[in-house]
Design a protein around this ligand. Structure first.
Ligand SMILES: Nc1ncnc2c1ncn2[C@@H]1O[C@H](COP(=O)(O)OP(=O)(O)O)[C@@H](O)[C@H]1O
Ligand SMILES: [Mg+2]
Length: 218
């Protein structure tokens, strides 16, 4: 078991957003979360990504009790164990693709040589080696997302969380990004939890979780 969240509650002000969400995810699973806008999907992803704290409930990732960690411990845990891919790439514009991929490794204390070697391996796996020295603005949308995926993977995370990763891509680039997720799962047992509106992706996932009004169904 990679992830176990139990009875997660979250309110913003007086407004309850998550009303007791449970989820369990096994290593190597690709789980899709679908649901209408405003259902609480991103809020939930932020909590299981340790970017935000639940008001109530328990969260275990790789047997670590996240709900018992301090903010500093959460940041270190996040850097080492969670990779993020967002709808918009969030690559730093003044750095090259290679540098962007290396940054989480540098934060984790990895040497420049080791980080760059691993980053080049990942850029190769993701099919963007020839883009290593280009800035994000010089890349296509599909290439930017591939670089984002490499960045998410650089610290060999327990879990990759993606929030509408193909929401900004045309259907061909979306399909090829989704295929990459499955390749990464098959080759390195990488675990993914993906919030998506893409029915094709939800359809080929190992499991689809439906979220409505702060609760999970099925
Ligand atoms: N930081 C915040 N402060 C106040 N309300 C928020 C905040 N983040 C999200 N919300 C509200 O919580 C609800 C769920 O948002 P979100 O988790 O982003 O939904 P989804 O990703 O499913 O579209 C929405 O009504 C949104 O306006
Ligand atoms: Mg959202």
């Amino acid at each position: 078991m990679i992830l176990k969240a139990t009875n997660i509650h979250k309110s913003f002000g007086a407004l309850p957003i998550l009303k007791g969400v449970d989820i369990e995810v096994q290593r190597g699973e690709i789980v899709s979360i679908v649901g209408a806008s405003g259902a609480g999907k991103s809020t939930f992803l932020h909590i299981i990504g340790t970017l935000d704290k639940a008001d109530k409930g328990e969260l275990f990732i790789n047997d670590t009790a996240i709900h018992r960690l301090s903010s500093n411990e959460m940041s270190a845990f996040r850097n080492q164990h969670i990779g993020f891919v967002f709808q918009f790439h969030h690559l730093l514009p003044e750095f090259t693709a290679l540098e962007n991929v290396c940054i989480p490794a540098f934060i984790n204390g990895t040497s420049k040589q080791k980080a760059e070697n691993r980053a080049m391996e990942l850029l190769d796996i993701l099919g963007v080696t020839e883009r290593a020295n280009h800035k994000p603005s010089q890349l296509s949308g599909g290439e930017q997302q591939r670089v984002s995926v490499a960045r998410a993977l650089i610290n060999t995370p327990s879990l990759v969380l993606a929030d509408e990763p193909s929401g900004n891509l045309d259907s061909e680039n979306a399909a090829s990004l989704h295929q990459l997720f499955f390749n990464l799962r098959d080759s390195m047992s990488q675990t993914f939890i993906i919030v998506t509106h893409n029915e094709e992706l939800a359809g080929i996932s190992d499991r689809t979780i439906h979220m409505r009004d702060g609760l999970i169904y099925g």
